[in-house]
Design a protein around this ligand. Structure first.
Ligand code: GLU
Length: 440
């Protein structure tokens, strides 16, 4: 603890990791990184009715997924351990004794009250500016059941952990004069505060709650969002780089980020924008990285690509990269490259049948395809154009019919790429299969 910036994220157990909390963690982390300081994770678990271990798993998993690592806290330890408030009871008892001794705490009806000074409290807030509040009434710091109250433990820990900046949600601004009173009683200068604006739900008034779609970090992981995209989007909920750019590497965000630049106004959550960011990140992934992540996800969907040639796997995946908005679409987008029993869109087939004579188009295509020496994109395209003009049938009829026979879908990657990656044998086998089935 060398006098540098020390910030902390201090969640209370809830059982899920809300993106509002994630954003608070992220702003603390960004500020620590920006200023070369330390980021501390402290678990405010004095309320032991909730299941702590499950919460901790969800929380730490979500933070790690987002790439928000902590310098001190659970699993890594540090000079101010323990970092669980449930393990710090003696520390709090000692401080309450101190407050009693100096006449700033007293017992009433079994509870312990803090005696306020009644002086106006100056809150130095880097986002809101100076705020002055006065605490009129003494308040409880230890309940009659012996449990210390949030205000007390929060301040003691910020003091003992030498926190220099308290960056937290705006909903705590109204608590802060209690906190500065307590710091004053302990004879310690309060940290600087930064109360960050709330995140409003996508539509209508009110704060985003855990029930709102897109509110939980764990859902993004489940839906195979890219963590870098989610993190980039969260950075912009209440902050923006001056040059108006939105998608930027985390190193640059760290360089540009300053807590004083955080917006005073509430930020509105926009799920569509998050999805857009995800698509942008997805398309900008390098080929190797895209293939590596895709293979992992396909494996989890029961598609083991190991039995295919590596070049084939990559070619198939890269063909789809351009069209994907999210990796959650990956299985549906690519399964027919890896499964013979791929799903077929019955409705799309009905529509095609109503418009075209699919069987005739497939037979005609097959004849010209079979005659090709090589089945690269260009040759397939040339053959198809020729076929179409020779028969006076729009090329779309061939493309839609053949695409369906090969993939069971009416949408997908570029048609000529699809044919060329699947290759001669698979294409012919699938055409034959489909023609055979149509005849029955
Ligand atoms: N445990 C509090 C919360 O989750 C922490 C508040 C603070 O950061 O000071 O809201």
């Amino acid at each position: 603890m060398d006098g540098g910036v020390r910030v902390r994220f201090a969640p209370s157990p809830t059982g899920f990791f809300h993106i509002g909390s994630a954003r608070t963690a992220l702003f603390n982390w960004l500020y620590a990184k920006h200023s070369g300081g330390k980021f501390i994770l402290r678990i405010e678990d004095t309320d032991d009715e909730r299941d702590r271990s499950e919460f901790l798993d969800v929380l730490m998993r979500g933070m790690r997924w987002l790439g928000i690592d902590w310098d001190e806290g659970p699993t890594v330890g540090g000079p101010c351990a323990p970092y669980f408030q449930s393990q710090r009871k003696e520390i709090y008892d000692e401080r309450v004794e101190f407050l009693k001794k100096i006449g700033r705490a007293y017992e009433k009806d079994g509870a312990i009250y803090f005696k306020v000074s009644g002086e106006p409290q100056l809150i130095r807030d880097l986002i809101r500016g100076d705020v002055v509040r006065r605490e009129e009434k003494d308040f409880v710091i230890v309940r009659s059941n012996g449990k210390p109250v949030f205000h007390l433990v929060n301040v003691i820990d910020d003091m003992l952990m030498r926190i220099t900046h308290v960056i937290r949600g705006e909903d705590h601004l109204s608590n802060t004069s209690k906190h500065t009173e307590l710091f004053g009683a302990f004879g310690v200068k309060p940290p600087l505060f930064a109360h960050i604006p709330l995140i409003l739900k996508a539509h209508g008034p009110g704060k985003m709650s855990k029930r709102d779609s897109g509110a939980l970090v764990e859902d993004y992981e489940r839906d195979h969002f890219l963590p870098e995209a989610v993190r980039n989007y969260l950075c912009l909920l209440g902050w923006s780089p001056k040059e108006d750019r939105e998608i930027l590497p985390i190193g640059e965000i760290i360089r540009l980020f300053d807590i004083a630049d955080v917006n005073k106004n509430n930020a509105r959550f926009d799920e569509k924008k998050m999805a857009f960011f995800n698509g942008e990140y997805l398309r900008s992934l390098g080929a190797d990285e895209f293939c590596r992540r895709s293979v992992e996800i396909l494996g989890a969907c029961g598609i083991d690509v190991a039995k295919f040639d590596g070049a084939y796997v990559c070619a198939a995946l890269l063909l789809c990269q351009e069209k994907l908005r999210s990796l959650s679409e990956l299985e549906n987008f690519t399964e027919y490259f890896f499964r013979e029993n791929f799903s077929r869109d019955a409705q799309a087939l009905e529509k095609l049948r109503a418009k075209y004579d699919i069987g005739a188009r497939l037979r005609e295509f097959k004849v010209s395809f079979e005659a090709l020496d090589t089945v690269d994109e260009k040759s397939v395209e040339e053959a198809l154009r020729k076929l179409s003009s020779a028969n006076g049938i729009p090329s779309g009829e061939y493309i839609h019919s053949v695409r369906f026979a090969l993939s069971g879908r009416s949408v997908g990657p570029g048609f000529f790429g699809l044919v060329s990656v699947l290759g001669r044998d698979t294409v012919l086998a699938r055409l034959d299969n489909f023609i055979g089935a149509e005849k029955m």
